[in-house]
Design a binder for this molecule. Structure first.
Ligand SMILES: [Zn+2]
Length: 643
């Protein structure tokens, strides 16, 4: 094992920026088959083998099948991968792991040199000792943990691979580094409508406000935001994203891959050994001591809430995500939603754990008050806690329609006292507003997506209305203060579309579908004026179409009880129509791969809305990574400063 280092080629040093201690260099050379003991790797112990199979959530979850099944093909020439990727954008001082992978070489005969240059020449960026996590096979891997670029500018990371008796290989990436923004906002409230494409928003406006002769009788809170733009949602690996890497882009400013968050996908097989980038929770706590709040109708370990703070290649690693949530460098001060199963010791019914740890007690030991019902939430909020943990279901919260309106005991079971998104968010604000340094609050309406997957338009739309009513509440809270930026967007589009109306009086199935002039207007009624139609199944209801779908049957009427559209046939392994859902209706022939039982996310842009200080920054077409940077700009955070 040997390694040698080039001395800095210039005296242009900025070591004062680094608080890590030790030297920083602009270039380093590595020879041979060196390895670092696994225990030295900050990413933690290595897993035994590749395991990207979702373990901690149900295989019925529509996101369980999002793992890439087609592997990259390797050519005969060596390949060099530099992570973070080319064209990535950083905050000066923002933390990241640099990882260089050289594959297709004989390590013992290979010399790898890494050089970092800024606009003024060699840049002293390579601080700490490099790690060599792999010692076998045909790959050389070099990792520098927790680097940062000292100042704004353009940086190039160049890798040179010299091999005995073979051609030298070079590869480089360019990184853009920006400084602190103008500021103006003390707090940010970030709303994420999961899968909230235009159809969900239009559907919410039609059902909640109604329409007379083509004019809406009112507007959503979203509609009256000061600024609006569009977001492109694709990831580093694919045009089609899932919630993990899309939310990760919003929360880190870096692209990731499907199922990953807070990391760049690397050649590692273990979910916890991929190179990390700093998350929003880590950044605002490290630099300013801000509070962080997370409110979701999903399990709090689900992709969107977890991406606010977490790092993993595999979003289904719920237990590892909970361990990360307890680490004070990123621990949310308010954490509310579902997902109690991942905190309960294995002896308790419904627990997802394989040990006796009680994470509720662990949070309580850190000063959190805990609520597991709506009534308890109201009670603990009165005690003015500094930290709040609220978990109101073992799994995801029920959707608004079932939780608040239908309230079927057979559907709700023991979970018959769940709060609304409005109630959770209101409680979160009361805790977070106590911090003079400000806060970052993420509010997710998760089940828009979770109901679009199984082609349930009305349930998705009711949850969109719930998000909008929560937005109205936050805007009222912020109305008499000028220090809070509010941003509303979605992580990806979805298959749902509104094609017209379905009038049951015109006939069954497709005979009842009215398009163009025959569509007219739906007849939803909101007699109590709460913004949610009394009946999701009126004579004339929205005709939902789906751009992608499995084989299924559809009578185009609301299903009073939720049912999946398709199931897997045990004999063939193919998705077939669920015989219990709309059994006598016409077959809709699927267009998805034959194993898909639900529809999938789509690639089109999503809307973004913003109000408050800094909101003009969102009046544009934005790459999803840019949403992070504009929120950080609005907060005026200088990432080179530790608090
Ligand atoms: Zn989804």
């Amino acid at each position: 094992m040997s390694s040698e280092r080039d001395l800095p080629a210039s005296t242009h040093t900025r070591r004062s920026i680094f608080k890590f201690g030790g030297g920083a260099v602009a270039a380093a050379t590595f020879v041979g088959l060196a390895s670092t003991p696994a225990s030295a790797d900050p990413a933690g112990p290595a897993a035994d083998a590749a395991d990207l199979t979702p373990r901690h959530y149900s295989l019925r979850d529509p996101h369980a099948g999002t793992v890439r099944t087609k592997r990259n093909r390797r050519g005969s020439e060596p390949t060099v991968t530099i992570l973070p990727i080319d064209n990535a954008k950083f905050r000066a001082g923002g933390r990241f792991d640099l990882r260089v992978e050289v594959a297709g070489v004989t390590p013992i005969d290979t010399k790898v040199t890494i050089r970092v240059a800024g606009s003024k020449g060699p840049a002293m960026v390579l601080s700490k000792e490099a790690l060599r996590p792999k010692a076998a096979g045909d790959e050389v891997v070099i990792v520098y943990p927790e680097l940062s670029y000292p100042e704004p500018g353009e940086y190039t990371v160049e890798v040179t691979v010299v091999r005995k008796g073979a051609k030298t290989v070079r590869s480089s990436v360019t990184h853009e580094v920006v400084g602190a923004g103008d500021g103006g906002a003390k707090n940010v409230v970030f709303f994420l409508g999961d899968g909230m494409g235009t159809a969900a928003i239009t559907g919410a406006r039609l059902l909640s406000k109604g329409m007379t002769q083509g004019k809406y009788r009112g507007l959503l809170a979203m509609d009256t935001m000061d600024n609006r733009g569009l977001v492109g949602t694709s990831g580093a690996d694919s045009i089609a994203t899932d919630s993990a890497n899309s939310m990760s882009a919003y929360m880190c400013g870096h692209k990731s891959s499907v199922n990953a968050m807070g990391v760049y996908e690397s050649s590692e097989s273990a979910h916890d050994r991929h190179p990390k980038v700093e998350t929003m929770a880590e950044l605002v706590k490290r630099t300013r001591g801000m509070s962080v709040g997370i409110v979701s109708t999903a399990e709090v370990q689900d992709a969107t809430p977890a991406a606010v703070f977490g790092h993993t290649r595999q979003r289904a690693e719920y237990l590892a995500i909970m361990d990360q949530a307890l680490d004070p460098v990123r621990r949310p001060d308010v954490l509310m939603g579902g997902g109690l199963a991942s905190l309960l010791p294995k002896s308790e019914e419904g627990s997802r754990r394989d040990d006796d740890r009680d994470l509720v007690e662990e949070f309580q030991a850190e000063g959190y008050l805990f609520a597991s019902t709506r009534s308890e939430l109201a009670k603990v909020t009165e005690e003015s806690p500094d930290r709040l943990l609220g978990l109101f279901h073992n799994r995801n919260l029920n959707v608004y329609l079932d939780r608040e309106q239908v309230r079927d005991p057979g559907v709700l079971g023991d979970w018959d006292d769940q709060p609304t998104l409005m109630e959770m968010t209101s409680a979160a604000l009361r805790v977070l507003e106590k911090n003079d340094e400000g806060f970052f609050l993420m509010v997710e309406a998760a089940s828009i997506d979770k109901m679009e997957h199984p082609l349930d338009g009305p349930r998705a739309v009711y949850d969109t209305i719930e998000l909008d009513q929560t937005l109205r509440l936050v805007r009222e809270w912020a109305a008499d203060r000028d220090d809070t930026l509010i941003v509303v967007t979605a992580d990806h589009n979805h298959a749902m579309s509104i094609a017209g109306t379905h009038d049951v009086r015109d006939g069954a199935g497709r005979d009842g579908n009215g398009v163009y002039g025959d569509a007219g207007f739906p007849t939803y009624v909101d007699s109590d004026g709460n913004g949610f139609p009394d009946d999701p199944n009126p004579d004339v209801q929205l005709f939902f179409g789906w751009s992608n779908h499995p084989d299924h049957t559809d009578d185009f009427q609301h299903n009073s009880t939720f049912l999946d559209p398709a199931v897997i046939d045990d004999q063939t392994g193919r998705a077939v129509p669920n015989p219990k859902r709309d059994p006598d209706a016409e077959l809709q022939l699927g267009n998805l791969p034959v194993t898909s039982t639900t529809c999938v996310h789509t690639v089109e842009d999503v809307s973004i809305f913003a109000s408050g200080p800094g909101s003009q920054r969102f009046n544009a077409f934005l790459d999803n990574t840019e949403v992070f940077h504009r929120m950080v700009d609005a907060l005026g955070i200088d990432a080179t400063r530790d608090r």
